[in-house]
Design a protein around this ligand. Structure first.
Ligand code: PMP
Length: 402
């Protein structure tokens, strides 16, 4: 066969490449801080009890495996948007949010991107924070859209460059699409404060932006799903145009189930029906209809009051463990190893990731001398930190930054 003779070898995924190197390391002190998936305090993946119970219930029902609709399970969709926008949200109560179950956060982003491409045009540019989750760029470019950066991280303080952010979006064309990480920004862990969100909203409103929210960590960041929905609800309550991609990978621990939702807030029911009809037309040739299992599990967790209660407690438990590891890591660095550097960003950042400020050279030293694996941008997944390895990580961080 000669058909593929000229296909070049593609570069490996930057994160999965780190995982490969970690696997090959035979040291027993090795630590993987690269992967964005929750680990319990013994470093193991965690399936939530509420998920196990929902699965047991679903199996006991002996349900069929027919196709579900193009836009997925309605009971899941309605619960997902209630979770995000809040039960008092006007567009929710007025039934004017077009929503479709999709393939976790990534699939939801892709459906939304294709919708933007089709109805706003191929010349549409999406404003994205610098840095952003690497896959955002691939998703948007593959959907035929262009991207431009707005400043986000102040590298010298590892905190938000709010002036740069505001002046870059101010300079963008009116009517642009702006991608906003609703909470727990990936990869930096740096979020705007409520006051800063108001400043961002004010510019967005004046410039008539379409606000494209990626919410992959609701409840996982602070432990409180309402608090983590602050930015989305602020913009929605002020009637700004909203597109939302939700993921339940992290907050329900349903990574491999690929369960998420894409929603678009409309002006009225009639407009919602038109938008929804077009979402169906987009989804049908992409993957026909979404998978059933994750939707059934998530639907149970949302709609069964006792499972829901249990979930919120487990969710807070995951968030609290991560918050605790942040403060332990900082405290070891400052109090046990007397690091003179400022490590406040470890605790002021939020969510699964922490931008440590490590240089690419320090990342290489951590890997080669200390068997600690993180991505070359200095991002660590705090989920990989636990009570057994935190002191060793702090000591190694101190040694490479001394
Ligand atoms: N958006 C952001 C910012 C993320 O960090 C992630 C997960 N790494 C996603 C979306 C989507 O992930 P998934 O497709 O697994 O839900």
């Amino acid at each position: 066969i000669t058909a593929w003779a000229n296909v070049p070898m593609g570069p490996p995924d930057p994160i999965l490449g780190v995982v490969e190197a970690f696997k090959k390391d035979t040291s027993d002190i090795k630590v993987n801080l690269s992967v964005g998936a929750y680990r319990d305090d013994s470093g193991k993946p965690r399936v939530l009890d509420c998920v196990r119970k929902a699965e047991d219930f679903i199996i006991s029902q002996r349900l069929d495996k027919e196709y579900i609709p193009i836009i997925g399970l309605d009971s899941f969709n309605q619960a997902a948007i209630k979770f995000a926008y809040g039960e008092n949200s006007a567009p929710l109560k007025e039934n004017r949010i077009a929503v479709a179950q999709s393939l976790s956060g990534t699939g939801s982003l892709r459906v939304a991107a294709s919708y933007i491409q089709r109805f706003m045009g191929s010349n549409t540019t999406i404003l994205v924070p610098k840095p952003t989750w690497g896959n955002h760029l691939s998703v948007f470019h593959d959907a035929g859209l262009k991207t431009t950066d707005y400043r986000y991280l102040n590298k010298s303080t590892n905190s938000l460059d709010i002036q740069g952010f505001l002046s870059d979006i101010e300079a963008a064309p009116n009517g642009s699409v702006i991608l906003l990480h609703g909470c727990a920004h990936n990869p930096t862990g740096v979020d705007p404060s409520p006051e800063q969100w108001k400043q961002i909203m004010e510019v967005s409103q004046r410039k008539k932006f379409v606000n494209f929210f990626d919410v992959a960590y609701q409840g996982f960041a602070s432990g409180d799903p309402h608090k983590d929905a602050y930015s989305l609800r602020l913009f929605t309550d002020n009637n700004l145009p909203i597109i939302l991609a939700q993921s339940f990978a992290k907050n329900m621990g349903l990574y491999g189930e690929r369960i998420g939702a894409v929603s678009i807030v409309c002006n009225d029911v009639e407009e919602k029906n038109r938008v929804l009809s077009q979402m169906k037309i987009l989804i049908r040739p992409l993957y026909s209809s979404p998978p059933i299992s994750g939707a059934r599990i998530a639907e149970r967790i949302f709609n069964d009051p006792s499972l829901n209660k249990e979930w919120l407690t487990e969710l807070k438990g995951m968030a609290d463990r991560i918050i605790e590891m942040r403060s332990l890591l900082k405290s070891h660095l400052v109090n046990d190893f007397n690091s003179k550097l400022n490590w406040d960003h470890i605790t002021s950042q939020i969510g699964m990731f922490c931008f440590t400020g490590m240089t690419p050279e320090q990342v290489v030293r951590l890997r080669d001398e200390f068997h600690i694996y993180l991505t070359s941008n200095g991002r660590i997944s705090v989920a990989g930190v636990n009570s057994k390895n935190v002191r060793y990580i702090a000591e190694s961080f101190h040694k490479v930054t001394q």
